[in-house]
Design a protein around this ligand. Sequence first.
Ligand code: GLU
Length: 551
Amino acid sequence: MMTDKELAELMFPDVTHDVEYYEKLYPERNLPEGAIVSRFAPSPTGFVHMGSLRSAFIAQKLPKDTNGVFYLRIEDTDGARTVENGIQGIIDDLKNFDIQIDEGMISETEEIGAYGPYIQSERREIYRTYAKSLVERGLAYPCFCTQEELDETRKMQELNKERIGIYGSYAKCRFLSNEERAERIRRGDKFIVRLKSPGDFRKKVSYQDLVRGKIEFPENDMDIVLIKSDGLPLYHFAHAIDDHLMHTTHVIRGEEWISSVPVHLQLFQVLGFKLPKYAHLGVVMKVDEDGTRRKLSKRKDPEAAVSYYHEQGIPVPAVKLYLMTTANSNFEAWWDQNPTLGIDDFRFDFKKMSVSGTLFDLEKLLNISRNYISRLTAEEVYQGCLTWAKEFDHEFAEILEKYPEYSKAIFNIEREQKKPRKDYESFSKVKSQVWYMYDEYFTGDLTYDFGKIQDPAEIAKILSTYLDKYFDENDDKDTWFEKIKQLSNELGYTTDMKAYRQNPDLYPGSVADVSTVIRVALTTSSMTPDLYVLLSLLGKERIKTRFQKFM
Ligand code: GLU
């Protein structure tokens, strides 16, 4: 009679090591008590979804808080999902988000860390060794079913309204003798490796999810595929082996994996591995205009791609702050109380996570970004804009580099004070707020809306009187405003705003309308930062040139 061990030799002639070899090669990590080891394990699809970034962000926060290890593992066993430069895309996205890894892939081909390879296609030998050991122990077997046979089984199950899959009497190859198996292998029949599931669907199994608490399922009784016909493992098997050998303590991943947990529990059990803790994070959703909730979609929502934030020049810390508000419900209140502290000072807690999924609110993210940018120094805004523009708006980058001090003075308007101005939601939007301060942009056909005062002759009169009689570059702010009032009074506009509001028809307009004329003539916009500072930055000559159009 052929033993399981002999069968295993026949199935895996290429396997040279045994399980003990790998157990010794990847010993227990030498970490302080309570240190968390977690990972980000994407497929190299060349696209990091906001939902995955959120998982990665949370997965790296815990090791960071506990002096643990965070690593990047590339799960490329499904060739169909792999794209060219997909790994580099992931690495770049993590780098752009300032999510640092302690171990794992650092380029398409290089890695750091002692628990690698960190890319599954390079771990073939390891998976096969463990699969071989399961066959040796009678816990796995070769399956020779063709695709047609499997389709046939499925059809029958659908027809009989039964559970779909290879289990019980449907697991035909489970019942072959080792002699029959050996004969078919020697004959050259193609085979895959299936788990001989010890589970009973009528029995229950449970585990404690860090986010959702206790979850109970029927035991797995499916003879799932361990090794595919290409010799590589299927996700579940790779997950168990990799997270065991890399000593992951916490598996943090999307909730789409919850239904696979019974399979994972069983695999860890038959392999004799200690089970990691699991945290299944709710999906990131979006509310459509008609109020329906749906998954944030790679196809429909540009903001689903992590690259979007980089292209938009939304500062990384702002995105992280937003992600933290979606991760822990108490973060915002904590942050309000500790405005000078950052994410690194905040202790993440799974119990403060929403189970039902997260609504992705771009408006809120932009608001956080606006607040964040408002608290930067002018120098930081300048550097942020320049970095963004160098990649996405070369013309603006050149202008910023040509006038560094002037630009910083513009960015400094109403900044570095208790209630700073919140003009910029991202670095890509800065130009649209300050363009008029650069003569390079202040050309061509410009559109002006002077508001209440529309008569060209009146506008000319206001501008020329101001320039000839009142404007003085050396005035301080109080004097400057006194003069605007004098100008208004001289031309019949009231400076008594209260009286004006009560009887607007008594006056042709107020001092506010007069300032609007000056403001619009200089910038085309009626909404600008402090006019006094704009005037002093532009200087008399440029003011004159800009007024001349109307005089
Ligand atoms: N490769 C899996 C994915 O991309 C990883 C799931 C996990 O983190 O275990 O969804």
